[in-house]
Design a protein around this ligand. Structure first.
Ligand SMILES: [Zn+2]
Length: 134
């Protein structure tokens, strides 16, 4: 249960903010990078379940997927995750899910054929916004 651990971490992070700043959380937003490949609905369901009985119980919970943006530093073109992962096999895709930098080992730029990728967006899971009503 990878997701459960993640959601517990998110909640305790937000509770820390509340305890530090005081007030009441009106809403919070969690952004899931496409590379992390978490199920948005599952994360939201778990959040709604685990905030029960905490100070976040009545907060509005928002979960969004952040599309991946990968730049090829050799030719300066930009790519989405699907375009780069499509030619790969399942094992390679799974490894990239755990370590997106492996794109440079497995994928080639569709434009220039080289592998000098830099991941600009969509790698991680983060709490993007916490609205407090102080
Ligand atoms: Zn390129």
């Amino acid at each position: 249960m990878h997701e459960l651990t993640l959601v517990e971490g998110i909640i305790s992070y937000i509770l820390d903010i509340v305890h530090e700043k005081g007030g009441h959380v009106v809403s919070f937003k969690v952004v899931i990078g496409e590379f992390a490949q978490f199920d948005k609905n599952l994360i939201k369901d778990l959040l709604l379940e685990l905030v029960k009985g905490t100070e976040l119980e009545n907060s509005k919970v928002m979960v969004e997927i952040e599309k991946a943006v990968v730049t090829c530093l050799c030719c300066n073109s930009k790519w989405g995750m699907d375009e780069l992962l499509k030619p790969l096999n399942n094992d390679q895709r799974e490894m990239i899910h755990f370590l997106p930098e492996l794109l440079n080992s497995f994928s080639r730029c569709p434009n220039c054929g080289k592998s000098c990728f830099e991941i600009e967006k969509g790698r991680s899971v983060r709490v993007a916004e916490v609205k407090l009503n102080v």
